[in-house]
Design a binder for this molecule. Structure first.
Ligand code: PHE
Length: 341
């Protein structure tokens, strides 16, 4: 039978090597060493058989043994408590959870492109409110009350105030610029506009426009054509052709619509250009003298041009998106296609 000393030494080695994998292991340890029938109690009982002259030394040994077992238990139970509070330990060798990349909305991608193309030739960005009053959306743009041209756009009125509308075009920002900024002005105005249309692949009750306005001395139609030609070659490539067709807008005279050669088929005929080889992209013209007068500007001294285009239309041509509804459905399968742009 090994002496008390030898037994304690062996148990101390066991205690020092002990490391619990689970709380159950630690409980086993507690029962084995510190329980009511545990080894500390058992060995204390054996003190009786130690001769009196060895008792002091044996008592100190036993005490050390007890303290070691208690310290080891306290150490691991503290560790297990903090692990329970902090969740499982982190395994730094595991591969990380990928963070999915977001995408810019295609309309925003195109709007940013348009802005940077016009900024290069000295246009600055201006914005205006989406809820407009009659004056800025219609009347000041040479569309007084009962003017038939108001019917060109189906308007949403704000129920609380018959003078307020959801702006039907960004031309309202032209009005705000002319009333507030000193001449010359050279601005582009991106923004959301609203029309009371039935939603379909080709029409929506809200969409985005992009307005341009340049008013100074000696601004001519040639400046307008050159500016727009520069824009489309930057946007769609140097081989893009343009053509202007006479049109009508109350706030421009003369007015035109501009087409570009079809970017999909190059002019030979496809669905986008409806087999004509041309796609319409914007309306434009020389700012109407009446509109200039509405803002106290003398049309004999100053002239200007304006243009307005649909951002959805430009995006449709650029990315061949054939259904307007896709832009507002937030379907990630659609949006992911524009990743990295
Ligand atoms: N505001 C016109 C529209 O919404 C577009 C336009 C803007 C035409 C500026 C001429 C000049 O249809």
């Amino acid at each position: 039978m090994p002496s008390l000393q030898e037994q304690i030494l062996a148990y101390e080695q066991e205690i020092n090597a002990f490391a619990p994998a689970t709380p159950a292991d630690l409980e086993q340890f507690r029962i084995r060493f510190l329980g009511t029938k545990g080894l500390v109690k058992l060995l204390a009982n054996e003190m009786k058989s130690v001769p009196p002259e060895g008792r002091k030394e044996a008592g100190m040994l036993l005490n050390g043994f007890k303290q070691l077992a208690e310290a080891r238990f306290a150490h691991f139970s503290a560790l297990q408590q903090s692990a329970a509070a902090n969740g499982p330990a982190i395994d730094i060798s595991l591969p990380g959870t990928p963070i999915p990349m977001g995408t810019r909305h295609p309309l925003r991608v195109v709007e940013n492109q348009i802005v940077s193309i016009f900024e290069k030739i000295g246009f600055s960005v201006a914005t205006g409110p989406e809820i407009e009053d009659d004056w800025h959306n219609f009347t000041s743009l040479n569309m007084p009350e009962h003017h038939t041209a108001r019917d060109m756009q189906d308007t949403f009125y704000v129920a609380q105030n018959p003078d307020w509308v959801l702006r039907t075009h960004t031309s309202s920002v032209q009005a705000r610029i002319l009333e507030s900024q000193p001449l010359p002005v050279r601005v582009i105005c991106p923004g959301r506009v609203y029309r009371n249309e039935t939603i379909s692949a080709r029409a929506h009750c809200f969409f985005h426009q992009f307005e341009g306005l340049y008013v100074d001395k000696n601004v001519s139609f040639a400046d307008l054509k050159q500016t727009l030609y520069y824009f489309v070659t930057e946007m769609f490539g140097p081989d893009t052709k343009v053509r202007f067709r006479p049109s009508y807008f109350p706030f421009t005279e003369p007015s035109a619509e501009m087409d570009i050669s079809c970017t999909v088929c190059g002019g030979s005929g496809c669905n986008l250009c409806k087999h004509s080889g041309w796609v319409e992209i914007l309306g434009c013209g020389m700012v109407h003298p009446n509109m200039l007068r509405n803002f106290g500007i003398d049309p004999e001294v100053y002239t200007g041009f304006a243009f307005g285009m649909g951002v959805e239309r430009i995006t449709q041509i650029k990315f061949e998106v054939n259904d307007l509804r896709l832009y507002s459905q937030n379907d990630v399968r659609f949006l992911r296609q524009f990743q990295g742009l």
